[in-house]
Design a protein around this ligand. Structure first.
Ligand code: KG4
Ligand code: ZN
Length: 341
């Protein structure tokens, strides 16, 4: 059978990325232009700044991805693009580029949900077997997803307020760490102890919902009160206490989900899946199912993961028309409806 070659574009947040995928999981290139340096001084992503950066680099990223993969536009079978969830202006830049490229080269356009991309990045590690359960943890989302078969995603639990990555970045800001703070908190946590004992919200409740805003508030209050009283807090212990609370919640809810949905495979993906503490706890505590975590380079936002999710849609000929619009709050169920229409 002829090789399947997909060019994928991701621009939903602060990474402009273009990848070329061969068949289902062979990444020939995965160019990532990060804007993180531009957003650091604001302590978070500034949407307008993000869109402008995407415009500046998107064409070069496409050229570089083709060149590194040693692929010509005429060799390609499809163009995939993230159409949500994400920042609307940022998404539109990638979508305009993808549509123009698809139209100019007479290629079908594949719409991809960013979170499906995070999940399907696990394909690079190992071919997935279905049904499976996924814990998706990123800067904007925290959700448990049941995937009955390829391309069919059902949210079975999610956060009621903050996403876990967002909580990392917020408490990082309170401690004076640079944005995004997840990695640094993870490193500091390994040198400290859980001495502050933050609350583990909803951990005992019989559902698959998460909540991180109470943890964030408890952290901010402790920090604020200590500052007012002139008390010294130990940074490493603060990080360890925060991370232990987060991991206790993530592990408890994931284990609960695995009892309600007895599958053989658990995928853990998204930016926070890079967390070493989380990886250690998963290895220690979840031993009866196959736990697949994408390699570190595919945990953060990248187009390679979008291409791997797109490969499934390509097989089902789930293509979009040129009037595809950006969906900043795109949900999984919506993707399915869009495609089945
Ligand atoms: O998936 P991602 O790259 O972007 C979104 O789609 O949101 O996730 C970014 C998030 C940030 O909040 C960042 O602080 C967090 O992932 N993150 C981590 C780690 N590395 C990145 N959080 C905890 N531990 C890490 N090692
Ligand atoms: Zn992401």
């Amino acid at each position: 059978m002829k090789d399947k070659l997909i060019l994928a574009i991701e621009s939903s947040c602060d990474e402009t990325s273009v990848a070329i995928l061969k068949n289902d999981n062979i990444l020939l290139s995965n160019i990532i232009a990060s804007q993180v340096e531009s957003h650091k001084r604001f302590g978070g992503v500034v949407p307008e700044v993000a869109s402008r950066h995407h415009v500046e680099v998107i064409t070069t990223c496409i050229e570089d991805a083709l060149k590194e993969a040693n692929v010509k536009a005429s060799d390609l079978d499809a163009v995939a693009v993230t159409y949500g969830p994400g920042l609307v202006g940022a998404l539109l830049v990638g979508m305009a580029a993808a549509k123009a490229f698809a139209w100019a080269n007479s290629l079908p356009l594949i719409p991809v949900n960013h979170m499906a991309g995070h999940l399907m990045a696990a394909r690079e590690q190992k071919e997935l077997t279905y049904p499976l359960l996924a814990l998706l943890v990123s800067g904007g989302h925290t959700e448990l997803v049941y995937v009955s078969h390829p391309g069919h995603y059902h949210i079975v639990g999610e956060t009621r307020d903050d996403a876990v990555g967002e909580a990392y970045d917020k408490v990082g800001r309170v401690m004076g760490l640079t944005y995004p703070a997840g990695k640094e908190i993870d490193q500091l946590a390994h040198k400290g102890k859980d001495v502050y004992q933050f609350p583990r919200a909803m951990i005992k409740e019989d559902n698959l919902e998460f909540s991180f805003s109470g943890l964030k508030s408890a952290f901010i209050n402790l920090h604020h009160n200590a500052e007012q009283k002139g008390q010294e807090l130990v940074l490493e212990d603060l990080c360890a206490s925060f991370q232990d609370a987060v991991l206790d919640i993530l592990l408890a809810k994931t284990k609960k989900a695995l009892t309600s949905y007895p599958v053989k495979t658990l995928v853990v993906a998204g930016g926070v899946a890079a967390n070493q503490g989380l990886r250690e706890r998963l290895a220690e505590e979840i031993t009866d199912v196959d736990v697949i975590i994408p390699p570190l380079r595919l945990c953060g936002d990248n187009a390679g993961m979008i291409a791997m999710a797109a490969a499934v849609e390509f097989d089902h000929k789930h293509f979009a028309t040129m009037d595809l619009n950006a969906q900043p709050s795109l949900a999984f169920e919506q993707l399915e409806n869009e495609i089945l229409d």
